[in-house]
Design a protein around this ligand. Structure first.
Ligand SMILES: Nc1ncnc2c1ncn2[C@@H]1O[C@H](COP(=O)(O)OP(=O)(O)O)[C@@H](O)[C@H]1O
Ligand SMILES: C=C(OP(=O)(O)O)C(=O)O
Ligand SMILES: [K+]
Ligand SMILES: [Mg+2]
Length: 586
């Protein structure tokens, strides 16, 4: 029977196969076995899925076969980690591990399996799917390719969908990839629907109330100022405009209306943050098992709370992270409330820069990054980081400075949009983000740039406050001792986030049992997620994980590790026991 090597999430039950030997493949640690019953057509088949850390060898047997005897248990390693991190660790040791995470918008330039593999090999942690564009079939294919890369090549790519939102934007350009508006030309913006190519100088708008909302004399700003028009007159559903600032028009480009120097929001301001199309896209994302849902134009914490309860009800066994995109001026008035209820935040500088004078964006970005750090939520700095690399193979000095600034601010993640989705050099753009991140991280450590962010206490419960103080202290101990890594054993990644919040000098190895929780940590600064079967207490977990990593050349004698855990080692009767352990690898 052909053996399929797959990587799936199966339930864990411990079975030590140390000493197991099969055709030279030795068992050297813990293997887990789950016997599932699979209905397939005529009858049930018992499928002994043997998961030993990173490899599952599944052999399908007819019912009644002797499935108690494991014919193939490959205990290759006893843990699973993203293959790139493994390479970085072996090549350059702990300090070489990149801390800043990278998000790439997937589009026509990088959607095939080979193109995604190129991005993955260059360091992408999260694949972002902008639901403004493409069909569900197209996005489903990309998700499938990401999952294949993780299963077959050992990457750890998480998937994020990003909603279109209700804001006013142009429709697609009848199949054209862009259109050019010249100075003085007269264009018609209309809610009319067209099948096939658009009439000349005509642009579709998604918002039914558009013709009612605008007035002659208004300024129509496309994509935050890429192109500008003056509204001349309205004829039924058609709004006649004159181009006053020429440029390139892209599909689904955002439109804002300005009147007497202020944004004019009539009825469009009453549109729901999550449109009916967005709910369909969210259902699609839940069904496809994505790891994150990014919500566009969030204005209040209510919509995040509503979405989180909706998602929890429809995806009870895997938590999907809800990311609030800060790109609407209204959201700044209740920023902390939004951050508190979200699982993460995106500084969506594209539309943000359309809602306020561009010169305000850098200070708003810094304030959002700082607020997320204080409230212990990951933050992504997004849009136009390397815009010129849509066309050119190297960035401008200003773009490198912008990326360096975001890394110096210790944002959790950086995001590419058009640079990866439709640019000519997606892989080079990721490599620039990676190189600048490593350089700025190294410079910050070498220059001893101590943390400027004082971390207020955020926990409410007794155990939460204990975990928080344990992590703050562990990070300080690790810095003082020059530790090579902090090891944390965590079920849902909370302790890992508390350690990440401290931005320690060394990487944080977060051991968890669920591959989904691993993906969720793909947005956390400095966190290297490992899949690992927990043992009974912190000490056993520490010794077991060190020995397994050492056996794979990822930890060396003399390495100093600080370890903490939120996996309670004691029985409930004995109460929770939490500690910090320091271990020098022998
Ligand atoms: N899934 C996709 N299919 C086709 N084109 C896409 C896709 N995702 C992104 N793009 C292209 O990349 C550009 C930049 O992506 P992004 O910034 O996410 O979108 P937007 O410009 O709508 O904010 C888009 O304007 C679009 O031209
Ligand atoms: C990331 C952003 O959102 P979108 O690309 O979906 O407009 C942005 O506006 O910067
Ligand atoms: K979007
Ligand atoms: Mg936006």
């Amino acid at each position: 029977m052909a053996l399929r090597v797959v990587r799936v999430d199966v339930g864990w039950c411990g079975l030590d196969v140390s000493g197991f030997d099969h055709k030279g493949v030795r068992g050297n640690g813990r293997c887990t076995v789950k016997f599932g019953r699979k209905r397939a057509g005529a009858g049930a088949r018992l499928v002994p899925a043997v998961r030993c850390s990173s490899v599952v060898r599944t052999e399908e047997k007819s019912v009644g076969a002797d499935v108690t005897r494991l014919e193939r248990a490959v205990v290759e390693r006893g843990f699973e980690v993203d293959t790139r991190v493994e390479g970085e660790l072996k090549e350059g040791g702990f300090r070489s591990v990149r801390r800043t995470k990278l998000v790439a918008t997937i589009g026509p330039s990088c959607c095939t399996y080979e193109q995604l593999e190129a991005l993955a090999s260059s360091g992408v942690n999260v694949a972002r799917l902008n639901m403004c564009h493409g069909t569900h079939e197209w996005h489903r294919e990309v998700i499938k390719n990401c999952r294949r890369l993780n299963a077959e090549k050992g990457y750890g790519i998480a998937v994020m969908i990003d909603t279109e939102g209700s804001e006013i934007h142009m429709g697609d350009l009848g199949g054209a990839s862009s259109a050019k508006a010249e100075d003085g030309e007269e264009w018609c913006f209309t809610v009319r629907k067209f099948s096939g190519p658009l009439p000349a100088y005509t642009l579709p708008v998604n918002y039914e109330g558009f013709a009612e909302d605008v007035k002659a004399g208004d300024e129509l700003v496309v994509d935050g100022g890429m192109v500008r028009f003056e509204v001349l007159e309205k004829v039924g559903p058609d709004v006649k405009c004159k181009c006053t600032d020429p440029g390139i028009l892209l599909p689904c480009a955002n439109l804002t209306v300005w009147r007497d120097g202020h944004m004019a929001r009539e009825k469009s301001a009453t549109l729901p943050t999550i449109s009916s199309k967005d709910w369909v896209d969210i259902d699609f994302g839940i069904l496809e098992g994505v790891d994150f849902i990014a919500v566009s134009f969030v204005k209040s914490s209510e919509v995040i709370k509503h979405l989180k309860s909706y998602v929890a009800a429809r995806s009870p066994d895997r938590s999907i992270g809800v990311i609030a995109k800060i790109e609407d001026a209204d959201s700044l008035r209740c920023l902390d409330d939004i951050i508190r209820v979200s699982d993460g935040v995106m500084v969506a500088r594209g539309d943000l820069g359309a809602q306020m004078p561009l010169e305000q964006v850098p200070s708003v970005q810094e304030a959002i990054v700082d607020a997320c750090r204080k409230l212990n939520k990951p933050v992504i700095v997004a849009s136009q980081l390397l815009e010129s690399m849509i066309e050119y193979p190297t960035p401008t000095r200003a773009e490198v400075a912008d990326v360096s600034n975001a890394v110096r601010q210790k944002a959790d993640a950086l995001m590419l949009s058009g640079e990866s989705a439709m640019g000519l050099h997606p892989q080079k753009a990721i490599e620039v983000l990676r190189g600048v991140s490593l350089r700025m991280e190294h410079w910050s450590r070498e220059e001893g740039h101590s943390e400027t962010t004082s971390l207020p206490e955020i926990s409410k419960s007794e155990t939460g406050r204990t975990s928080e103080q344990i992590c703050n202290s562990a990070a300080q101990i690790a810095n003082k001792l020059g530790a090579d890594a902090i090891f944390v054993y965590t079920r849902r990644g909370y302790m890992a986030s508390l350690l990440s919040r401290n931005r320690p000098d060394c990487p944080i190895f977060a051991f968890t049992e669920s591959s989904h929780e691993m993906r969720r940590m793909d947005l956390q600064w400095g966190v290297v997620p490992f899949q690992f079967a927990f043992r009974k207490d912190l000490e056993s977990n520490l010794l077991q994980s060190v020995s397994l990593l050492k056996a794979n050349g990822m930890v060396k004698p003399g390495n100093l590790v600080v370890a903490v855990s939120d996996v309670s080692s004691s029985s409930q009767s004995a109460g929770i026991l939490q500690s910090i352990q320091v271990h020098v690898v022998s």
